[in-house]
Design a protein around this ligand. Sequence first.
Ligand SMILES: *Cc1c(COP(=O)(O)O)cnc(C)c1O
Length: 229
Amino acid sequence: MTKISRQLEAVRERIAAAAGRAGRKPEEITLVAVSKTHPPEAVREAFEAGQAVFGESRAQEFQAKAPLLPAAVRWHFIGHLQKNKIRKVLPLCECAHGLDSVELARDMDRIAAELGLFPRVLLEVNVSGEGTKFGFTPEKLREEIGPLLALPRLHIEGLMTIAPYAEDPQASRPHFHALRRLRDELAAATGVPLPALSMGMSGDYEVAIEEGATLVRVGTAIFGEREKP
Ligand SMILES: *Cc1c(COP(=O)(O)O)cnc(C)c1O
């Protein structure tokens, strides 16, 4: 067993245990293995150990890496997407997690139509009001959810958040709880279920699962520390 496959196995076990504590099934949770800064060989190693879904957050790196890997690798783009990168990134990924403005959503919808795509997307929310620069505020999203859901090409599956960095994973719990409550509120208001909740990273994915995460984005715990940029 390689180091990556061992660490992957440990993360899967922890996901199953956290799901069990919350009375959930492990199959309800998709592990997105975040491979940013790591070479294609690391992705291949995890893929061969049975990991199917990978996350990248930098458009240029993603564009360079994706074609080097098997077509069966399923990519999620988890970063902030700039308008001028949409056309390149959309065809490569099955889901984009960082949709954070109506303007970007409109651009994405138009480009998806030109490319003949119906992309799966998640709306990024800044529930903490600090820490992350990107994301809708909850108030803004309440105002904009109607127009967003009306965009014909975007399949809006749910919400995503990044909790502020903290040593203690329990510090993330209120933010994850708030994201879930916001989702419940928006789903009730619109009649659209918005089933996906992308929340939790290496430091706090178990807490996120206890709070209802359906996608966890885990990098360091699988691939090891990233080099500083
Ligand atoms: C890098 C990154 C992650 C993974 O972080 P780790 O702490 O290494 O697990 C998750 N989500 C986003 C949006 C990221 O950019």
